[in-house]
Design a protein around this ligand. Structure first.
Ligand code: ADP
Ligand code: MG
Length: 260
C-alpha cells in the first residue's frame, strides 16, 4: 500500500479560494475514482460546513487529533454524498489550538505524526487557516507539497514572498522535502484587464510552477457550499466544475511518476 500524497492548500491571505479549492479539487479527484482525505485545519470550519457537515453538532474534530493526540481516523467522516471523499472536520474550538499547541511537545509536528501510517488514500488535502501560525506550520510540516491559490487581483503577489519565506524556514528546520506543488490562479474575471495581467505576471515569475488551469470567478462556485455539496454536483457542467476537473487532471498528471 503506497502512502498518500499530502498537499497543503496554503496562502496566509483569506478569501483567495483555499477552501473552495480544497472542496472542489477534492471532489474532482474523487470523481476520478481516487480516494481523498480532506482535513479541515481552519477554525472557521468552512470546508466542513461547505461539505454539508454541521460543525456545531460535532463531538470531535481535528482539535482532538492535534491537541489531544486522538487517532485521526477515529474521527473521520465518510461523506456518503461525495463517494470517495472522507472529511476530518473542524470546529470553532480549533481556534484555541493555536495557543495550546505552543505549550505542547513536538508542537510543529503533531499533524504529521497523526498522519503517519494513514495509507488508504491517494490524496490528503489540508485546508489551512489564513495565518502563518502553528496550525499552518503543522500543515506545512505534514505536507509533501503546497498548492497556493492566488486570487487574480492587484495585491495577489505581495503576500507570496512571505509565504515562500515561511516555506523555506519550514524546509530548513522541519520538513526538508516540502515542495511547491504549484500556484493556482483563482477568481479570474475575463472581463477585467487586471485579471489577465495578474495571470501573465504570475506566469512570467513562476513559469510552469503556475498551473495552466485558471479557476474563473463563478457565482455557482460561491453558492455550492450553502447547499453542502461540491461544484461537481451543484453545477456539474458549469465553468467552475470544468475548471476544478481540469485542475484535478493537471495535479494527477504532475504527480504521476510516468509523466513525460
Ligand atoms: P479562503 O479559504 O482562501 O479564505 P474561500 O475559498 O473561502 O477562500 O473563498 C472566499 C470567498 O470567495 C467565498 O465566499 C467563496 O465562496 C468565494 N469564491 C471562492 N472562489 C470563487 C470563485 N472561483 N468564484 C466565485 N466565488 C468564489
Ligand atoms: Mg478557507
Amino acid at each position: 500500500m503506497s502512502s498518500p500524497r499530502i498537499i497543503a492548500i496554503s496562502n496566509q491571505k483569506g478569501g483567495v479560494g483555499k477552501t473552495t479549492t480544497a472542496i472542489n479539487l477534492g471532489a474532482a479527484l474523487s470523481e476520478r475514482g481516487l480516494r481523498v482525505l480532506l482535513i479541515d485545519c481552519d477554525p472557521q470550519a468552512n470546508a466542513t460546513s461547505g461539505l454539508g457537515v454541521n460543525s456545531k453538532a460535532l463531538e470531535a474534530s481535528i482539535y482532538d487529533v492535534v491537541v489531544l493526540g486522538r487517532p485521526l481516523l477515529e474521527i473521520a467522516i465518510a461523506l456518503e454524498h461525495v463517494p470517495g471523499m472522507t472529511l476530518i472536520p473542524s470546529t470553532v474550538g480549533l481556534a484555541g489550538a493555536e495557543l495550546e499547541l505552543a505549550e505542547l511537545p513536538l508542537r510543529e509536528s503533531r499533524l504529521r505524526l497523526a498522519l503517519d501510517g494513514v495509507a488508504d488514500f491517494d490524496y490528503v488535502l489540508l485546508d489551512t487557516p489564513p495565518s502563518l501560525g502553528l496550525l499552518t506550520v503543522n500543515c506545512l510540516v505534514a505536507a509533501d507539497a503546497m498548492l497556493i491559490p492566488l486570487q487574480c487581483e492587484y495585491y495577489a503577489l505581495e503576500g507570496l514572498t512571505l509565504l515562500t519565506h515561511t516555506q523555506s524556514l519550514v524546509r530548513q528546520a522541519l520538513n526538508p522535502s516540502l515542495r511547491l506543488e504549484g500556484i493556482v490562479l483563482t477568481l479570474f474575471d475575463p472581463r477585467t484587464v487586471l485579471s489577465s495581467q495578474v495571470v501573465a505576471e504570475v506566469r512570467r515569475q513562476f513559469g510552469d510552477q503556475a498551473y495552466e488551469t485558471v479557476v474563473p470567478r463563478s457565482v455557482r462556485l460561491s453558492e455550492a457550499p450553502s447547499h453542502g455539496i461540491p461544484i461537481t454536483q451543484y453545477d456539474p457542467t458549469g465553468r467552475g466544475a470544468v475548471a476544478y476537473r481540469a485542475l484535478a487532471e493537471e495535479l494527477v498528471t504532475r504527480n504521476s511518476p510516468v509523466a513525460a
